[in-house]
Design a protein around this ligand. Sequence first.
Ligand SMILES: [Zn+2]
Length: 80
Amino acid sequence: MKCVKCGGKRSKKGKVAHSVTVSGVKINGELAGEVCSACGAQQIDLAELERFELRVAAALAVHGVCTGEACGTASLGHPG
Ligand SMILES: [Zn+2]
């Protein structure tokens, strides 16, 4: 995979630390991806990222957080 940062072609498979914070809940993960051996830029595998987002949605459900993104429905502005 070509590096998006420096354009270098030498990258190796590795783990990329990734975290997202939704409604104050932080979810950390280590995703499979590629690390550029020239500049160190990290690129996460898209399929991995999708899997992580599913885990995030599940984790948010556990925390009782329901956002438009996590639940797949837009907020309609419920009172209270
Ligand atoms: Zn690079």
